[in-house]
Design a binder for this molecule. Sequence first.
Ligand SMILES: C[S@@+](CC[C@H](N)C(=O)[O-])C[C@H]1O[C@@H](n2cnc3c(N)ncnc32)[C@H](O)[C@@H]1O
Length: 375
Amino acid sequence: MEPHEQLLDWATQQGVQLNGIAPQRIPGRGIGLLATRAIKPEEIALEVPTRCLRSISTVPKAITRKLPNTITVHGLLAADLALDKTAKYDLWNAVCPSPDDLTSMPLVWPAELQALLPQAARELLSKQQAKFVRDWSAVSEAYPNLEETGYRYAWMLVNTRTFYYLNSKLEKRGKDDHMCLQPVADLFNHGDEGCNVSFDTHGFAIKALQPYAQGDEVKICYGRHSGDFLLVEYGFVMDDNRWDEVVLDDVVLPRLSWRQKQRLEEVGFLGKYILDRETVCYRTQVALRLLCCGIREWKRFVDGIDDGEASQGAVNKLLVEMLKQHKAKADEMVEEVGHLEIGAPEQRSALMNRWKQVRSLVGVHISSLEEAEAE
Ligand SMILES: C[S@@+](CC[C@H](N)C(=O)[O-])C[C@H]1O[C@@H](n2cnc3c(N)ncnc32)[C@H](O)[C@@H]1O
């Protein structure tokens, strides 16, 4: 019997109920959950009782007492996973990705490759690294014999497999700590749109929101995440991501003078210039107008008195110029990564694919802005 089939037997004995779905290995996505029959919207595809969850409440007291109470729940769950020597979760552990499966996570890439990530991904990674360092420092002090690689592996499992969760113990903590692990539900892969995930005191219920034919993969949406976020937090690059976006700070900020940056700071619009699949954000419109308009006209736009119509042509022209600059950077990165030999092939290919996505998203906007200009 395959490990995921054994997991099902075990989970069913624990009270987990699968309704019309079963795990299967899917090329490029590890294990996922496929419909074993037609599923209608509103059907509950999976129920996981609270007693099956691994949460702050199930971490053995021997571990919680040894660690500072400031440690994140992420860090605590990872410590539990890394230190657990019981057989209780053997069948669950057996279906989890191996350390080799997690090499696509930028956290374990060589520093040279990490440095080549797009800016937004680099920023996310550096926050993640800082969080890991804090957790590891607390755990390694309490458990000097624990190896960092083993802890990092457990930490990445928690990073990629937890669900939003709240119970009386977690209420006292911040939102970032509201999490738990649950068997079988952690096999759902991510899609732009997915099933509804909810929980109450009895447990979790995953409900279909759309019809599925037999053999379709049933997914959940981990959140409306950009490609940079999916890569850093989950270690994959998704082909067609409706929620993708590109940060334009690298091309916008260098064009602004010190005074212009100060003005933008004063009105709360300095940085975080985003281009999504639909359009460029309002923050970018404000920053670009500062480069195109007189200061009075710019202020009227910021105050909402001027709709910006008169300056839109100049703003779009400047935007196209900046997008071309960003696309040229993406072209360069695709080329550069193609010649690299550092890191594992799947790491390089994830990095290259992310830059290709950036290039394509930016390219679509250049074409549509140029078409609009020509009309
Ligand atoms: C919660 S687990 C889902 C189950 C996982 N596939 C497994 O084999 O255990 C999350 C991980 O699944 C993979 N994953 C999820 N959605 C994906 C997708 N749309 N494309 C590729 N990989 C995906 C990523 O490796 C991610 O870190």
